[in-house]
Design a protein around this ligand. Structure first.
Ligand SMILES: [Zn+2]
Length: 108
């Protein structure tokens, strides 16, 4: 975990100063992560953690995400950042169901 996320976790909330630093460190990805957490789009199911974007849902498991950024470019995508930020600020949206059971295969 990076230093800034560590400090956010210790603080438990995102102060304006920490928010600023987070954005400085992660730029555009940080912005999207912040928006997702702010809009409660980081959901914790019994089996998976899922980040909702405007177009689809991304399953994140520890440091691995299903998106191309994470799988093929091997970098920390904004979904992973959003999960870390939600963990640090305790702002997961809890859903006590099994995500796997809700999973529907998109058509096409
Ligand atoms: Zn991702």
């Amino acid at each position: 975990m990076s230093d800034i996320l560590d400090r956010i976790e210790k603080q438990g909330i995102l102060t304006p100063v920490l928010r600023e630093e987070f954005l400085k460190e992660y730029g555009n990805r940080g912005m999207r992560a912040l928006a997702a957490v702010g809009e409660r789009r980081v959901k914790r199911y019994l089996d998976f953690t899922v980040v909702e974007s405007s177009t689809r849902e991304y399953v994140v498991d520890e440091d691995i995400c299903v998106c191309g950024d994470s799988l093929f470019r091997n970098r920390e995508c904004w979904h992973i950042l959003a999960v870390r930020l939600a963990r640090a600020t305790r702002s997961f949206t809890e859903d006590p169901s099994w995500y796997q059971e809700l999973w529907t295969v998109p058509e096409g």
